[in-house]
Design a protein around this ligand. Structure first.
Ligand code: PLP
Length: 462
């Protein structure tokens, strides 16, 4: 029995998988300020046209350009681990596997799309990228990618994480990126928020507004914005995770997968692992695919499927997604990367179809799971990832109760070596469970009440 299943470099997947081509009901288009579907030209000040084409593509398979494969080979294919020690501690008949995305230079799945996005921008003649970051993983990943490719990088980091994780800023600077706490005085969007709420912990919605403003206000036209999650092309780039995992499971001798799990913030690491398995499910496979979010930021489990902006200043188009409201400022839980108000449209649509099942978990169960994982498998995982681990443990315990030999696969989206103050707070008894009160959710949703509803197409097959 192997503990780690490696894929040879020459067997790395050479195409990304685009779920948009296979969804049983078509995605609704993003809408502009006038309520009409946006044209590619309208996105041109924000993204390069080659990525806009990918964003709108309906092709099932999209070739990964050779130079991007070269970049990915620095750390890919990532290992698939069999969680033998965790299995033993749980006494479960389940076989648990995890795809270890923490082996990338920045420590998470984020570089999979960062190198692709930086490469496409460079091809298009762009010199500088702006972005936002929550926990700091995405800002580090894009700084790393820009340093490989030769682009400047400016990162607006959510204030609470900026304060909690100073070493993430050092990582970004080491790769030549510039990191600024958001909201900042650098942009109108930042100044507006600070004038109203000087002590705000910040949010991804605010940081996105700042980063887009910084990109579109560069009159030279050489700056573009880059997003680390949510959009179709970002999820597309991440599918290399699930495509590799499927090959590795075959090597491990598995004929059937029962449960696939990922934590969900904006939806990218979940989609990366899950979408190739959703393809199997659409073609008849019987798989439970679980997206796990924090109970404090319950986008998929409690928010409506509605047209909403991706940012607080309404600079993005209206996207068809589950949303807690674009002005939602989540409580400062430690899983900074799961504090986003929206969910990727593709993931949202898959949830409406019943192809995936959303679940939410409280913070303390997640840390308990992370501690058990560290003490069995050894790795100290990111607080975001702990949501996937907590769900894998729940599933493994259920398999034990039912005496079933289930195969469970989850995405280990990142390590937690820059997140140790969260662990410290947990071990000092300073963390508590927090589920978003209904009044707070209602208040946030009030602000988007007039937004167009999404006609939630559903075939009823799943
Ligand atoms: C390690 C890790 N996992 C998960 C996430 C959540 O993002 P997404 O849902 O896009 O994968 C983040 C975001 O910062 C992250 O850093």
């Amino acid at each position: 029995m192997s503990t780690k299943i490696f894929l040879n470099e020459q067997d790395i997947p050479r195409q990304w998988y685009n779920l948009a081509a296979d969804l049983p009901t078509p995605m609704q288009p993003p809408l502009g300020p006038d309520g009409n579907p946006i044209s590619p030209e309208m996105l041109a000040p924000v993204f390069p046209m080659n990525l806009i084409e990918q964003e709108m593509s309906q092709e099932r398979w999209i070739d990964i350009p050779e130079p991007i494969l070269e970049l990915l080979l620095r750390w890919r294919p990532s290992p698939l681990h069999r969680a033998r020690y965790l299995e033993k501690a749980l006494g479960t008949p389940a076989r648990i596997y995890y795809k270890n995305e923490s082996v990338s230079p920045a420590g998470s799945h984020k570089p999979n799309t960062a190198v692709a996005q930086a490469w496409y921008n460079k091809q298009f003649g762009i010199k500088r990228l702006t972005t936002e970051t929550g926990a700091g993983q995405w800002g580090s990943a894009l700084s790393f990618a820009c340093s490989l490719i030769g682009l400047e990088c400016k990162v607006f980091m959510v204030r609470i994480s900026f304060d909690q994780k100073p070493f993430r800023k050092t990582m970004m600077q080491t790769w030549g990126g510039q990191c600024i706490a958001s909201p900042s005085e650098e942009t109108q969007a930042g100044r507006d928020v600070l004038a109203k709420y000087p002590d705000t912990p910040g949010s991804l919605g605010i940081a996105i507004s700042e980063a887009i403003e910084a990109a579109v206000s560069d009159e030279s036209g050489q700056t573009r914005y880059s997003l680390g999650s949510v959009l179709n092309h970002v999820l597309l780039h991440q599918t290399i995770i699930g495509l590799e995992a499927k090959k590795q499971l075959v090597i491990a001798g598995e004929k059937k997968v029962d449960v696939v799990i990922g934590c969900a913030g904006g939806g990218s690491n979940f989609a990366g692992l899950a979408f190739p398995f959703i393809n199997d499910k659409i073609n008849g496979a019987d798989i439970d695919i679980l997206a796990v979010e924090p109970a404090s930021c319950p986008t998929l489990t409690r928010a409506p499927f509605i047209y909403d902006h991706g940012d607080i200043a309404k600079m993005t188009p209206l996207l068809p997604m589950h949303s807690l409201g674009h002005a939602f400022v989540p409580p400062p839980i430690h899983a900074g990367g799961l504090r986003y108000h929206g969910m990727a449209p593709l993931v949202s649509q898959a949830a409406v179809e019943g192809l995936i099942t959303p679940e939410s978990i409280m913070q303390l169960e997640c840390y308990e799971a992370a501690m058990l994982f560290a003490q069995t498998e050894g790795m100290i995982i990111a607080p975001e990832t702990s949501h996937a681990v907590a769900m894998a443990i729940r599933q493994a315990k259920q398999a034990k109760e039912e005496a079933k030999e289930k195969v469970i696969v989850f995405n280990l989206s990142g390590h937690g070596l820059m997140d140790l103050n969260g662990y410290d707070a947990y071990m000092s008894g300073k963390l508590f469970n927090y589920s978003l009160p209904q009044e707070d959710l209602d208040k946030s949703l009030e602000a988007i009440k007039g937004h167009p509803p999404v006609t939630a197409a559903k075939t009823g097959k799943w």
